[in-house]
Write a protein that binds this ligand. Structure first.
Ligand SMILES: [Zn+2]
Length: 240
């Protein structure tokens, strides 16, 4: 599917069903299947660089328009990641916890034998399962997850374009610089606010509870780390 046909896809309310096509708590926790839901669509291969990436239909349509506009201005904004299930996030998380997967080139299991310290270190870079905005189907990682790339010439041009134009398509940067808490600066992570803002408000309304923070290595430490205040709510203030 080309970018233009994605942008033209059905975005009527009936295609969306509702904000939450599943039980809200299970949805926010990423415990559902996007690939069999009418509220989700798989991104075209040329947008996703051949990766299998699902997004909420409304978010995908807006993203398709934004990427087409970027291309017209000479930018290629490939989508690296979109919807992730609890299980997918758990595999990333657990592998970092055991050191099977490096975090920023570091084996945190070797460097930080204290599991509470290790948990806090992983949280600088990765969301824990159950509290990731990638569970919502509204958020994407674009172009590169390397801070070096974004600091370079290509990255700076892309960033400037996004800051100017992305809000016209409903997309906003989530992990801006200068926040006091939460994940580090992530220039690649953008969120489709018309759907994501109500999702965050459901967190404020305590739809996800402390007892839901479980099912992966180190979860007991995440529960003690102000997961809601720092990691879920510690975002760009314009997104609340
Ligand atoms: Zn992301």
């Amino acid at each position: 599917m080309a970018v233009a046909s994605l942008a033209a896809q059905n975005t009527t309310p009936s295609a969306q069903k509702s904000l939450f096509p599943f039980n809200a708590r299970r949805y926010l926790l990423g415990q559902y299947r996007a690939d069999t839901s009418a509220a989700f669509v798989q991104l075209p291969a040329d947008v996703a660089g051949g990766r299998i990436i699902w997004l909420r239909t409304l978010a995908a349509a807006a993203l398709g328009k934004m990427i087409a506009a970027a291309r017209a201005d000479g930018f290629r904004l490939e989508v690296l990641s979109g919807t992730r299930s609890f299980r997918a996030q758990q595999m990333i998380w657990d592998a970092k916890f055991t050191g099977q997967r490096l975090a920023e080139g570091r084996n945190l299991a070797l460097e930080l034998p204290d599991e509470a310290e290790r948990t806090a270190a992983i949280l600088r870079y990765s969301s824990a399962p159950g509290i990731s905005r990638h569970h919502w189907g509204t958020d994407v990682d674009l172009a590169s997850t390397s801070l070096k790339w974004w600091a370079g010439q290509q990255g700076q041009r892309a960033l400037s374009w996004l800051h100017t134009h992305a809000p016209d398509y409903g997309f906003h940067m989530v992990y801006t610089s200068g926040r006091l808490h939460g994940y580090r600066y992530e220039p690649w992570h953008w969120s489709y606010l018309p759907l994501a803002r109500p999702m965050l408000r459901n967190y404020f309304a305590k739809v996800v509870r402390e007892s839901d923070i479980k099912g992966y290595l180190g979860a007991e430490h995440v529960r003690r780390l102000r997961w809601l205040e720092y990691y879920v709510e510690g975002v760009n203030p314009a997104l609340k």
